[in-house]
Design a protein around this ligand. Structure first.
Ligand code: ADP
Length: 909
């Protein structure tokens, strides 16, 4: 062995130049060939001879060339003598397997040459291996550099190129890098390369699941084709070679070589080479990817901070604070690092001490900080709200106090608005007579889970008083069945509106209007019911009261002594009460359908309809005294009050009327008028006697004179004619007086008639003028030619005028008794406009005591001595004028009373 070692040492240190053979060849090692001068092999010895393909044939020696691989023949050109002093590297063909690499030299021996050869196969293999490994390392270094130095954007491209390079260098058909997906902990093909004719083992980003976890991760793994294990999901039906990459986190990458057997394709590389090759790819790749992720995270964080108005802060040494740049910016701070005191100075005074104490607690006890504070900004009126959170990280020298600040002004504002809205709503609910409730659905029943605070105010109950099925106890006993039906209907139809009574804490019943709605989940199953209780006690009671009062009014109408009816504008009755029916001698049921007009004269009906036509929604009421001629009965006088019922357009729909029989009153009034008439008549008796006496005297004088002349025979025709004419005039005058007297002898017509009021003045004057003049009262009658007419009774108006003039006369005569020089007068005048006729009777009798002015129209009021005055004159006169639709009034003029009769002008057709 020592000889081999020496030899090896020499061979290894081969230097160019002539070779000096060792003195003594060793026959026990290598191969010895004995050659003749032509190079024919004479004899073989040495242990390697058994490996040779060509063996020495006993008879025919073969040339050395026949033993060699073809490419070695160049080294042995010519004859052995030529090869002296040279080292010969010769490859010998073997029986099986690779050729034998032998090195040797020739030296003369006996007649021929001895070719002494030693096996240098190992030496060559080692060198080859070293070269391969060196190349692999260089490649690894280059790959690492490429992956490290390229830009992030080009990383995928560069990785692909490097994989291709690796694949080509090591003859790997399919090559891939699988990385651990950090999210789902499974393996994924990150990048792959397949040679042109190689099978497509993987698709981009293919997931490999946890298959790789089952491989031992300490060394590269060779996987035979069709290996019946989980792992063949990685290489399919092909053989494969998987190299792990471990870093501080464990196995984080695999280099997968598909359809590959490293022992054959890259026999020179050992596990270590493979691991470092894989590391050259995986380490920078992972580093770059982590760097990328980190950068992305940073970017995201920064964007997020900017978007949210948030940022980190860190306190150093308890006195200094460092803030994220964006945060310092948005707070308007001059620098990112400042004294804690200065930082606190930006906090609103209201929150400053609290934050300081929290910071202290964080620093001293490590109590996590969480606080909302306001920050004052220079120049801004409203402070910004920030949420501050902080915590202590690590311990000892490594201890850090870090946290973040988040702008929550928006949330705070919304919170404040929501709180205000909430408060308003709460207030509204609490003040309203409504209770909002929620009932949970539990196996077909509804159980209260919420009531608004107004429940307490309304009923005095709380949720606890109504929970666990006790609500029903507060429902009025008579309404419980109704309540259960309400629940059933709610569950059946999804909503319900019910009204029932609930007792409050004092036991008082409240009518509640319950409006509820059922809420269902996604599957349509009932979840809860939301509803509203509205206290409608007042409304319900009011409705009941209306009903009761309607009933009372119905009874009232039915039992009223007054006659009550309703009729349409065409005067058809739609309803009449019992008194009306009784008056008409029928039953109430027979009344509807009868036309009121059928009981009136044409004129009455006309006037009645005209009055109805004047009803308006603004003035819907009117009354009148109407005269009815009921079949088979004498005239009836009814005081009739109408009230019109109108639709929204102001159209008269119906009239409600109340009537009172006034026939008796009328009759007594007439009697009163009659007696007043008689009184007037009596008063005038003296005057009348005088009126008649006057012409009688004139006539007697005329007749006496004529008879005297006839006795003398001295009668001329002219004289006679004159006397007779005078007598005739006096007769006519007397006749006229008598004629007017008849007015008082008859009763007024039933129907009012139109007439000219001047007729009444003329009639009055014809009765009274002579008598007044005889008493020395001057009559001042202003001429008038009124052409208008009034409606009524001419005799009654005359009666009124007579009353007024007689009263005036009495006042005048009374005054003259006291004063003989007094010049009494009575003035009568008339005038008219379009609508009204006014007649005045005025005197200079000194007027009426103002304290009595209001009373003089009262019946039986008189200032005259008993037996003289009746006190009826003015009151009856008042009634007469009113009956004609007019008005009688009085005031004191300059010298005496001034009476005024106003009458409506009658419309002539
Ligand atoms: P009588 O004439 O019977 O007293 P009247 O009703 O006619 O009843 O009159 C009531 C009262 O009114 C009279 O008593 C008188 O005092 C007063 N009176 C009426 N007319 C006049 C008048 N022209 N001047 C003064 N007083 C008058």
């Amino acid at each position: 062995m020592s000889a081999g070692d020496t030899l090896f040492g020499r061979l290894r240190n081969r230097s160019p130049g002539p070779f000096e053979a060792p003195a003594r060849p060793a026959a026990s090692v290598g191969l010895q060939l004995y050659l003749d001068n032509a190079g024919l092999v004479q004899q073989l010895s040495g242990p390697l001879r058994h490996l040779l393909a060509q063996r020495l044939a006993s008879r025919e020696p073969a040339h050395l060339l026949t033993y060699l691989s073809t490419h070695s023949s160049l080294a042995v050109e010519g004859h052995p003598a030529d090869w002296q002093g040279q080292l010969l590297d010769l490859d010998f063909a073997t029986q099986a397997g690779p050729p034998l690499h032998l090195r040797g030299w020739v030296q003369p021996q006996d007649e021929g040459w001895l070719l002494q050869l030693l096996d240098i196969g190992d030496l060559l293999g080692e060198r080859q291996q070293a070269r391969s490994r060196e190349q692999a390392q260089r490649l690894a270094g280059q790959i690492r550099d490429h992956l490290r130095l390229c830009s992030l954007a080009r990383l995928p491209q560069v990785l692909s190129e490097q994989l291709q390079r690796l694949s080509q260098h090591l003859h790997i058909p399919c090559l891939a890098v699988a990385l651990l997906d950090e999210q789902d902990q499974g393996w994924q093909i990150h990048q792959q390369y397949a040679a042109l004719d190689a099978p497509q083992l993987w698709s981009p980003a293919q997931r490999l699941g946890t298959a790789l976890d089952h491989l031992p991760s300490a060394a590269p793994q060779t996987l035979a084709a069709r290996e019946p294990s989980l792992t063949n999901t990685i290489f399919g039906l092909h053989s494969g070679f998987a190299v792990p990459y471990c870093d501080a986190r464990g196995v984080t990458a695999w280099l997968l070589c598909g359809a590959y057997e490293p022992g054959q394709q890259a026999p020179d590389l050992n596990d270590h080479d493979w691991l470092s090759l894989t590391a050259a790819v995986a380490a920078p790749l992972l580093e770059r990817l982590r760097e990328h992720r980190h950068q992305q995270q940073l970017e995201r964080l920064e964007t997020l901070q900017a978007l949210l108005g948030t940022g980190w802060w860190e306190v150093f040494d308890g006195a200094q604070v460092q803030l994220a740049e964006a945060l310092a910016d948005s707070l308007g701070l001059p620098a990112t690092r400042l004294a804690v005191q200065d930082w606190l100075a930006h906090v609103h005074p209201a929150d400053r001490d609290e934050l300081r104490s929290h910071l202290q607690a964080l620093q001293e006890q490590g109590t996590p900080l969480e606080l909302c504070v306001r920050l004052q900004r220079t120049g801004a009126t409203t402070p910004l709200w920030y949420r501050l959170q902080g915590q202590a990280l690590g311990s000892g020298a490594e201890r850090r106090l870090v946290g973040f600040m988040l702008d929550i002004s928006d949330i705070k504002n919304q919170e404040q608005q929501a709180a205000a809205a909430h408060a308003r709503l709460d207030n509204l609910i609490a003040r309203s007579p409504a209770v909002i409730y929620v009932q949970r659905y539990v196996e077909g029943a509804l159980q209260p889970t919420f009531f608004s605070a107004s429940l307490q105010a309304l009923l005095g109950w709380s949720l606890a008083d109504c929970a666990d099925g006790t609500l029903i106890e507060h429902v009025h006993a008579e309404d419980r069945a109704h309540y259960f039906e309400r629940t059933r209907q709610l569950l059946r139809e999804g909503s319900v509106s019910a009204r029932y009574r609930v007792l409050d804490r004092q036991g008082q019943a409240h009518w509640l209007l319950d409006e509820a709605r059922l809420l269902r989940d996604d599957l349509g199953l009932p979840v809860e019911a939301v509803g509203l209780w509205l206290d409608v006690t007042d409304a319900t009671l009011a409705a009941e009261q209306v009903k009761a009062s309607e009933e009372r009014y119905r009874i009232l109408v039915e039992d009223s002594p007054a006659m009550i009816c309703r009729y349409r504008p065409d005067l058809t009755l739609t309803f009449g009460n019992r008194p009306l029916a009784m008056y008409l001698e029928c039953t109430p049921a027979q009344l509807p359908g009868i036309n009121l007009g059928s009981w009136m004269s044409a004129e009455q009906r006309e006037a009645f309809l005209q009055r109805l036509a004047q009803l308006t929604p603004q003035a819907p009421v009117s009354s009148a005294e109407i005269n009815l001629s009921l079949p088979g009965r004498e005239h009836a006088w009814w005081i009739w009050s109408d009230r019109g019922v109108f639709d929204e357009r102001g159209q008269l729909l119906e009239v409600q009327a109340v009537a009172r029989d006034n026939t008796e009153v009328r009759r007594s009034q007439q009697q009163l008028t009659q007696s007043a008439k008689m009184a007037t008549l009596g008063e005038m008796a003296t005057g009348l006697a005088h009126e008649i006496n006057q012409p009688l005297n004139v006539m007697r004088m005329a007749i006496v004179n004529v008879l005297k002349r006839l006795g003398n025979g001295d009668v001329q025709v002219d004289y006679l004619t004159d006397k007779l004419n005078r007598i005739d005039a006096q007769v006519q005058r007397a006749a006229r007086v008598v004629d007017h007297m008849r007015v008082f002898g008859r009763r007024s017509e039933i129907e009012q008639q139109p007439f000219n009021p001047l007729d009444a003045i003329e009639g009055t004057l014809s009765l009274l003028s002579e008598g007044l003049r005889g008493k020395g009262v001057e009559l001042r009658v202003r001429e008038s030619n009124l052409q208008v007419q009034v409606r009524g009774y001419v005799d009654q108006l005359e009666q009124v005028l007579i009353n007024l003039m007689v009263n005036a006369r009495d006042a005048l005569l009374g005054k003259r008794e006291a004063n003989r020089d007094f010049q009494p007068w009575i003035a009568v005048s008339a005038e008219s406009d379009e609508h009204v006729v006014r007649l005045w009777v005025e005197d200079n009798g000194g007027g009426i005591d103002p304290r009595l002015l209001e009373r003089i129209f009262e019946p039986f009021f008189t200032t005259k001595p008993v037996g003289v005055g009746t006190g009826l004159g003015l009151s009856v006169s008042y009634g007469i004028i009113e009956n004609m639709g007019g008005r009688l009034s009085v005031r004191n003029g300059d010298e005496g009373a001034r009476f005024c009769i106003e009458l409506p002008v009658a419309l002539t057709d």
